[in-house]
Write a protein that binds this ligand. Structure first.
Ligand code: FER
Length: 291
């Protein structure tokens, strides 16, 4: 366990926040102490293709969104030996501000999961990687940090719950209860996962945030009812790089959870930046803890 004094990061965080939209909230950063959970490195080769093991499959499909009024693309990873006569839990895995339904492929989730399955380290699950910018033009083009594009990440809560989840449950052989549904994401997708996962405790039992962005709501908004949270949520797991200016979003929630006796993990990735080194590590660990 390592302790850092968040106040020491204030100057750094404020400097970065001033340059970016939505960063003003850094200014009110309280001087709080946060305790990180232990960092254990992922084993060598966890993200490298292994010869001779069973492989899952990646496919791209489309669903009708009543929320957006368009047909939307989504990437799906089916585990090795996916069998329609069985039922699978589902992980919704969300991308960042510059990404779309293909961004997570940079983090080779299929290779990470195939390796975990070869070692018996994860439960067979379906991983759904949607486009989290719920707008008629959902491409990461133009002013991606602008209010209009960022709004799409908020609207996505309805697209996810009302359109995508029912579609996935209709097309694939899945469980449909809260205990068999997880959500996690990187950066903007991390903020979405915390907002939507904790905001819909009846829908998601497992919640993960990797390098979560300033779209992350305040802890008091995320967890207005500590007792309800403790009862329904089975995992709140976060990671963020020690060199990432966005650490504050995760630290603030971790400090709130510790103060209120809510189980919560936050790992500080040593020398970690805002990149797929941290996000692959996040998926590798989070995937072993769910279902
Ligand atoms: C911000 C800084 C970073 C912000 C969003 C991000 C909406 C997202 C980064 C990412 O998804 O990689 O001020 O405001």
């Amino acid at each position: 366990m390592k302790k850092i004094f968040l106040g020491a990061l204030l100057v750094l965080a404020t400097a970065s926040a001033n340059a970016q939209p939505g960063g003003g909230m850094f200014g009110q950063m309280p001087q709080i102490e946060v305790t990180f959970n232990e960092y254990v490195a992922a084993p060598e080769g966890f993200d490298q293709e292994t010869a001779g093991i069973e492989r899952g499959t990646i496919e791209e499909t489309e669903y009708q969104s009543k929320t957006v009024g368009t047909t939307r693309k989504v990437t799906v990873y089916l585990p090795p030996k996916y069998d329609k006569s069985k039922k699978y839990p589902v992980l919704y895995l969300l991308h960042g501000i510059g990404g779309d339904h293909k961004e997570w492929m940079q983090g080779v989730p299929n290779i990470i999961m195939d390796n975990l399955y070869a070692k018996g380290k994860a439960k067979p699950m379906i991983i759904v990687m949607p486009n989290g910018r719920a707008l008629p033009n959902d491409k990461a083009e133009g002013d991606i940090y602008g209010a209009e594009k960022v709004k799409g990440f908020e609207i996505f809560e309805r697209d996810l719950i009302d359109d995508l989840i029912p579609f996935i449950q209709g097309k694939y052989s899945t469980y449909t209860d809260q205990e068999h549904r997880a959500i996690a994401g990187l950066s903007m997708g991390g903020g979405q996962s915390l907002n939507f996962g904790l905001g819909n405790l009846d829908k998601f039992a497992y919640v993960g945030g990797f390098s979560s962005a300033p779209n992350t709501k305040q802890p008091e908004q995320l967890i207005p009812d500590v007792a309800a949270m403790k009862k329904a949520n089975k995992l709140l797991w976060m990671v963020c790089g020690s060199k990432d200016f966005l650490m504050f979003n995760s630290s603030r929630l971790k400090a709130f959870c510790d103060k209120n006796d809510v189980p919560c993990t936050l790992i500080q990735y040593p020398e970690g930046q805002h990149d797929f080194v941290v996000w692959k590590y996040g998926l590798y660990n989070y995937a072993q803890l769910i279902f």
